[in-house]
Design a protein around this ligand. Structure first.
Ligand SMILES: [Zn+2]
Length: 73
């Protein structure tokens, strides 16, 4: 049994030579933690955490630039 909270993850990429971010992938996230857990929800499969703001749709944006150097987060 899992918390099963849901969110949508938008993976964006910066267009070369511009400051425009375009969405390139849309992934549905499902929380795999136990029900009633503390802290943010987490989708282990996609290694993504998110917080729920009451009354708002859960939307997570992750910026992924394929040409960028690997960086620590
Ligand atoms: Zn959860």
């Amino acid at each position: 049994m899992a918390c099963d909270a849901r969110a949508v993850l938008l993976v964006t990429r910066q267009m070369e030579g511009t400051s425009t971010n375009v969405a390139r992938q849309r992934i549905e996230l499902y929380c795999s933690l136990t029900p009633g857990h503390a802290g943010p929800h987490r989708d282990e499969k996609h290694a993504q955490e998110w917080l729920v703001v009451k009354g708002r749709a859960s939307m997570v944006v992750r910026d992924e630039d394929e040409d960028a150097q690997p960086r620590d987060e």
